[in-house]
Unconditional design. Structure first.
Length: 187
């Protein structure tokens, strides 16, 4: 069911963004280079957060567009690599971490709440990485950036906490299910 939805979004993405991806491919831009551009756009978005909302929104939209295009370029060229997957993942997660750090300095966030969000974020990603990506990961970047775009800063921070907490709980359930399946197979 989930893979059907992903296929739908990928097909729709190819229809919408395929021409742009082909253009960038013709001028020699690789998927990994587009990921680097996406990260740079995300970095600029975070830089303008709380300072210039108009520029923040522009760079968030460019970040999202480049993030879509990097996957589209990789699939179109059939050059999806393990490095590219990890690079894309690291670039996206770095933007969330930068959002969290900048939010701490601009919002009056109680230290306990701030460190809770950071802790859930880091632990959830460590579980994902240590499981070699077998344990699911709930992504919070898009939701947080969209909420930030509308100027609901504290709400975006609470959304990050909620999404990461929920993701962590799902990972624990997933770990328990995997362990119980492993025990059943051994019997």
């Amino acid at each position: 069911m989930i893979s059907d939805r992903l296929d739908f979004f990928r097909k729709t993405g190819t229809e919408l963004f395929g021409p742009a991806a082909r253009f960038f491919m013709k001028v020699g831009i690789t998927a990994n280079q587009m990921t680097a551009i996406s990260f740079f756009m995300g970095f600029l978005a975070v830089y303008f957060l709380f300072v210039r909302n108009d520029l923040f929104i522009i760079f968030v939209l460019l970040h999202f567009l480049c993030d879509i295009l990097d996957g589209e370029i990789a699939r179109t060229t059939k050059k999806t690599t393990r490095f590219g997957v990890w690079f894309d993942h690291l670039a996206d997660r770095s933007i969330v971490l930068l959002l969290l750090i900048k939010s701490y300095f601009y919002l009056s966030i109680p230290a306990m709440l701030y460190w809770s969000v950071i802790s859930f974020f880091i632990v959830q990603h460590l579980i994902h990485i240590l499981s070699k990506r077998k344990i699911l990961l709930i992504y919070s970047r898009s939701a947080a950036l969209i909420i930030f775009m509308f100027g609901f800063y504290m709400e975006a921070f609470v959304a990050l906490l909620t999404i990461n907490m929920f993701g962590f709980i799902l990972q624990i359930v997933n770990l328990i299910m995997l362990k119980s399946k492993g025990k059943k197979r051994r019997k």
